[in-house]
Design a protein around this ligand. Structure first.
Ligand SMILES: NC(=O)c1ccc[n+]([C@@H]2O[C@H](COP(=O)([O-])OP(=O)(O)OC[C@H]3O[C@@H](n4cnc5c(N)ncnc54)[C@H](O)[C@@H]3O)[C@@H](O)[C@H]2O)c1
Ligand SMILES: [Zn+2]
Ligand SMILES: [Zn+2]
Length: 406
């Protein structure tokens, strides 16, 4: 089959690799029709190289049709249309039973002390072959795949794999109340979807921050108050006010009730982390991996903005992925402001029952035209480069395979 594979920093290719096969009696094989490229994939492209091997298959936002099932699979059949969550979660352990699918105890990667395995996401997360491919082996066939109805296009359902549950969890964890205010840092696919979910759930004032014009425009078009990071003190044009001041002006002087950081470790405006990223790119893998897990390699610009802009007693919800283990944090301010901080990979299955009805009955979140680009799997290499540069107005790309129809 054809699959998107990692070859080195900023080097992603489409190769011919062996087809996956049923290995465990409850495995299913899914023929992929559509598969997203995620901001998390950019971390693999840019900084997480020490934890990848050449040839690793990327991708964790796939959907398609079941083409083969192991002998113990009873919940899906050949021909079923399914979305595959990015967490490899068993559905039956204590963590899964408590809705914490991203901490699944059956697939935790104990060698690295990390949570549930993820499709297509480094040795830290099990080195499981990913879903930017023509076929995908999916374990836990009775509990992991999400069956979706025939009819609407792939675009309607594919974001159940990651973007929708991630945004849903971010908003829930932010504790943003109807009538309250929410600040969303980063208006990539995750931040954009957070603004939509928040509005759908009745949050009155949604403020979004980014520095890419098309992303700001897209959020503004749906009613978000947008702030261009370039226009404030920490931005390129160096305005007079810091972002926190702008947000306080918009929220009666107090700051936002809740803040979502949908930026993560590659935030703009964090010089120390940037150097660490460049250094890890130059070191041999073993040393770089050590540096990444023991030193402060994250670019904390967005997180510092969140701590400044949240009101006292407010909540910060982190969806952006952070990786370093010893990042300096403004602990004094965090404690003094009595901030509530929640974070983690999305527990996909925890939110599917709440989200799926919104996709079957109309399209209140606007997923049908959420993707800015639909491209063939074969053009993945260019698509990654464009997404990384934020070129061509690209916000969200779905790669489609030959099996995609309509
Ligand atoms: N928690 C989860 O389960 C989960 C799931 C998916 C993605 N993620 C993470 O969420 C983050 C966003 O993902 P995405 O797909 O939207 O990626 P993305 O890279 O397209 O979006 C990030 C956005 O942040 C903006 N930005 C950069 N620095 C900023 C700053 N200092 N202030 C405000 N905005 C800034 C960028 O211009 C960009 O538009 C990534 O870190 C990704 O790894 C987490
Ligand atoms: Zn993702
Ligand atoms: Zn489990």
């Amino acid at each position: 089959m054809r699959a998107v594979t990692w070859h080195g920093k900023r080097d992603v290719r489409v190769d011919t690799v062996p087809d996956p096969a049923v290995e465990a009696p409850d495995d299913v094989i899914v023929q992929i029709t559509s598969t997203g490229i995620c901001g998390s994939d950019l971390h693999l492209y840019e900084v997480l190289g020490p934890f990848l091997d050449e040839g690793d298959i990327l991708g964790h936002e796939p959907m398609g049709r079941v083409v083969e099932v192991g002998p113990q699979v009873t919940k899906v059949s050949v021909g079923d249309r399914v979305v595959v969550p990015f967490n490899v979660s068993c559905g039956t352990c204590w963590m899964c039973g408590n809705g914490l699918y991203s901490q699944c105890e059956t697939t935790q990667v104990r060698e690295y002390g990390t949570g549930a395995s993820l499709f297509g996401y480094t040795k830290l997360y099990g080195q499981v072959p990913g879903g930017q491919a023509e076929y995908l082996r999916v374990p836990f066939g009775n509990t992991l795949p999400v069956k979706v109805p025939d009819g609407p296009s792939d675009d309607r359902f594919v974001y159940l794999s990651d973007v929708l549950p991630t945004a849903w969890q971010a908003v829930q964890y932010a504790d943003a109340a109807p009538g309250g205010s929410l600040l969303v840092l980063g208006l990539g696919p995750i931040g954009d979807m957070c603004t939509r979910v928040a509005r759908h759930l009745g949050v009155e004032q949604v403020i979004g921050v980014d520095l890419v014009p098309e992303r700001l425009e897209r959020a503004a078009a749906r009613g978000t108050t947008v702030v261009d990071l370039n226009s404030v003190g920490s931005g390129e044009d160096g305005g007079d006010q810091e972002l926190g001041d702008v947000v306080r002006d918009l929220t009666g002087g107090r700051g936002a009730d809740a803040v979502i950081d949908a930026v993560g470790m590659e935030a703009h405006g964090s010089p120390a982390g940037k150097i660490a990223h460049q250094v890890t790119g130059l070191l041999p893998d073993a040393l770089a991996a050590k540096l990444m897990t023991t030193a402060g390699t994250d670019r904390l610009g967005a997180l510092h903005s969140a701590i400044d802009a949240v009101r006292r007693g407010g909540t910060i919800s982190l969806s952006g992925v952070y990786g370093g283990m010893a990042d300096p944090m403004p602990m004094l301010t965090m404690f003094d402001k009595q901030i509530q901080l929640r974070m983690g990979q999305a527990n996909v299955h925890r939110w599917v029952p709440e989200i799926l009805p919104l996709l079957v009955d109309g399209d209140p979140l606007g997923v049908d035209d959420f993707a800015t680009h639909h491209l063939p799997l074969e053009s993945a290499s260019d698509a990654y480069a464009t997404f990384q540069e934020k070129g061509d107005g690209m916000v969200k790309t779905l790669l489609t395979t030959a099996a995609h129809t309509g």
